[in-house]
Design a binder for this molecule. Structure first.
Ligand code: MRU
Length: 360
């Protein structure tokens, strides 16, 4: 497939094919940017594997994939009685929830399906299965709308001529729509603002280099790739007027977990007096957590660092620490861009106020 001709609307990141007996299709993001391949997941094990291996990644996208994973799990062997069906639903949700620990969208989507089933005990197994598929589709559709609104809210913060920096990939590949951080850039560009994006490559799995630059180049938005360690110097050179990243989980006080390296970028932005924004939908907030201290941080395999993309770059047996996310304290976040509006200042009170308002 010709990579140049693909756009967000041509090929959704994750999408369901058919009715309740259908299957899940997704772009295998581990192969980008050199190969564009769609894979089919026909059972919940395949969805679990795809999330674990980052074939599908990004907080909203893994929530959507997990919701469809539940629908797959319920295709066979659910018996004729609702308790059997509900038991299988619980097992599948627990299983899929074990794929990755940090992005709360995963648990949010699974909880949503479980609550729906708990609220509809009168439905037969096949009716319930159909409702769960509809709900998974709704989660996907709502995400698309949220991305669009985040773009509109965030674009107002970007001026013509700005250089903007982002870390990891919070684009269409991480959502069902135009992304969160990247939606801000897409909308600013659509409004005719001339912007230039600097993309951190995002060690160790290079989501910035492989995915963010790919998406921006497809949209014709000027982008320059830098390695993570260059961000401070590029700020010092006054090339950056704003930083926008996504998030995987935001605590009630606004502390935000995102891809490892985000915390360093936020500190650098603070020192250089550059606004640092998080862009995230309401599904990424976990108001049950008082602060970021409680956010579980995924630790991944040492080989991602010692043998990145198949090439050994460290001595055999070296000790490695590989946390996949870090937490940026609210005090370093200028504002959180949500589909319900801008949270600024980032305080517990403002988080609650904006999240309880109507969508922007
Ligand atoms: O490990 P990944 O690639 O799933 O990490 C993704 C990120 O950190 C994104 O910034 C975040 O999920 C927001 S996506 C809209």
């Amino acid at each position: 497939m010709n990579l140049e001709n693909e756009t967000e609307s041509d090929v959704p990141t994750v999408f369901w094919v058919g009715g309740t007996d259908g299957y899940l299709k997704m772009i295998d993001q581990t192969l980008l940017p050199t190969e564009f391949r769609e894979i089919e997941c026909r059972n919940d094990e395949a969805v679990w594997e795809a999330i674990k291996k980052l074939r599908v990644r990004g907080a909203p996208a893994i929530g959507i994939a997990a919701a469809y994973g539940v629908v797959l799990a319920l295709q066979n062997g659910t018996g004729t009685e609702r308790p059997d069906f509900d038991q299988r639903l619980t097992e599948a949700s627990e299983y899929l929830a074990g794929s990755r620990p940090t992005a709360v969208n995963l648990f949010w989507a699974l909880d949503r399906l479980q609550r729906l089933a708990a609220d509809s005990p009168e439905l037969s197994n096949s009716e319930m299965h159909q409702r769960l598929l509809e709900e998974a589709r709704l989660i996907e559709q709502e995400d698309l709308v949220m991305c669009h609104k985040i773009g509109e809210v965030g674009a107002a913060l970007i001026s013509n001529g700005d250089g903007v920096l982002t870390h990891c990939n919070a684009g269409g590949l991480a959502t069902s729509g135009g992304g969160t951080a990247l939606a801000v850039f897409f909308e600013a560009a659509r409004q005719g603002k001339g912007i230039h994006v600097y993309a951190d490559e995002t060690r160790p799995l290079l989501q910035g280099a492989r995915l963010t630059t790919w998406e921006l180049m497809q949209r014709g938005i000027p982008v320059t790739l830098i390695s993570d360690s260059m961000a401070g110097w590029v700020m010092k050179e006054q090339k950056i007027q704003a930083v926008v990243t996504g998030a995987d989980r935001i605590a009630a006080n606004g502390d935000s977990a995102n891809k490892i390296g985000t915390y360093s970028v936020a500190l650098l932005a603070s020192v250089h007096k550059i606004p640092f924004y998080i862009a995230a939908p309401s599904s990424t907030f976990d108001l049950s957590l008082e602060s970021g201290e409680e956010i579980p941080i995924e630790e991944r395999h040492p080989e991602e660092i010692t043998h990145g993309f198949g090439k050994q770059t460290a001595p055999d047996g070296v000790d490695v620490y590989n946390p996949a996310f870090d937490v940026t304290p609210a005090k370093y976040i200028t504002g959180i861009i949500t589909e319900r509006g801008l949270i600024q200042p980032v305080t517990k009170e403002e988080v609650l106020r904006v999240l309880s308002s109507d969508p922007a």
